[in-house]
Write a protein that binds this ligand. Sequence first.
Ligand SMILES: Nc1ncnc2c1ncn2[C@@H]1O[C@H](COP(=O)(O)OP(=O)(O)O)[C@@H](O)[C@H]1O
Ligand SMILES: [Mg+2]
Length: 409
Amino acid sequence: MRIIIYTGKGGVGKTSVAAATALRAAAMGYRTVIISTDAAHSLSDSLEFQLSGQVLPITKNLDGIEIDMQYELENRWKEIQKYLSDFLASQGMDGVTAKEMAVFPGMELMSALFYVEEFHKQKKYDLIVMDTAPTADTLRLLAFPDTANWYFDRLFHMLRNVLRVARVTVGKFISTPLPTDRFLRDLEQLRERLGYVEDLLSDPEITSVRLVVNPEKMVISETQRAYTYLCLYGYTVEAIVINRILPDELGDGYWKSKLEEQRKYMAIIDEAFSPLKMLTAKMMPREVLGMKALDRLADELFGKDDPTKIYSTESPMKMFDEDGASVLAIKLPFPMNQKLELYTRKDDLTLQVGAFKKSITLPHSMTNKKILGADMDEGWLKIRFEGEKVAKRKGGKGRRGRKAARKTS
Ligand SMILES: Nc1ncnc2c1ncn2[C@@H]1O[C@H](COP(=O)(O)OP(=O)(O)O)[C@@H](O)[C@H]1O
Ligand SMILES: [Mg+2]
């Protein structure tokens, strides 16, 4: 089974590209399901097919679902939500507010991840396409399994303490509802299931992330940042989709300066994202609505190629700790036989080797850190930054981080 996740800034065409990919894959015979995790669902509009919070068949080989939080809450989160709202109410929170607060944002994210888990266990599909919310929310979704593990550990610890204290101070603790066995079991199960999804998402033979951009300044900056963090979390980013490219035929008139601007931004996209595989689609003369229009978009993107193809099983950029230094490793598409120049400015790193120039948004942990050195290691340029001085978060790196580190060492 393959999982393809499309992400990018709002309005760049994630939903259209995801729908086009799913339709094309289904037409080629792959049993496909498309999941929309954006609370502002627009997949139904794009496909001109009304989806719901439950899986529905769309066409031959294609099913779809728009995750509906209300439905999820009523069916999946009852027990946990009940305990949390009782707990908050016992702490003096007004009943209605407590009920609202017990819907923590992670629930929506987890629901989406649990569908991925269920689809994988059912073996009903060859391909899952995820149409996600704009980058910030999606980064939260994709960082979720790691972060959640960390919280679960502490939550268990706290609840065990609550139970212990409750036993010795019988009576005094009456106002705090004790977690039921059912609640603790539910929580334990959640944790196991997240671990399962995490394994799927971190397997480069299964999951790949494709970034969607437009040739515009603000879009590119946000996408660079997302690219950095996705690599940091250990996801395999294997392609970038450049959507809504204005055709040169627009010529000399009204669009002249727009086309010049676009050429400049295409060069910037190349500097920022090469050697990622680049898929392109031009700006269509109409909104991309309905299956026919989506099919044309798929032609643009993939031609006759298989849209489920794995372009690469590793991201061309990785971050990890090594011997006390923070390392940024970048795959270079050529042998290093010329002088390397590195410049940093705030969270921006520029590297130049001969005519090759690359710009990278640094993660927080490497921003404003001294560069200790750089060397080549089997096609990877490893840039070493001064390590963290402050004590690290206990528990260290997540599973994916460790995996990524192992691969390059
Ligand atoms: N290549 C394209 N040419 C013309 N319109 C496009 C193209 N790609 C997307 N659109 C339109 O742009 C709008 C936003 O696209 P959408 O896929 O919903 O973006 P996102 O999911 O990233 O917010 C929609 O009206 C869509 O039909
Ligand atoms: Mg969308």
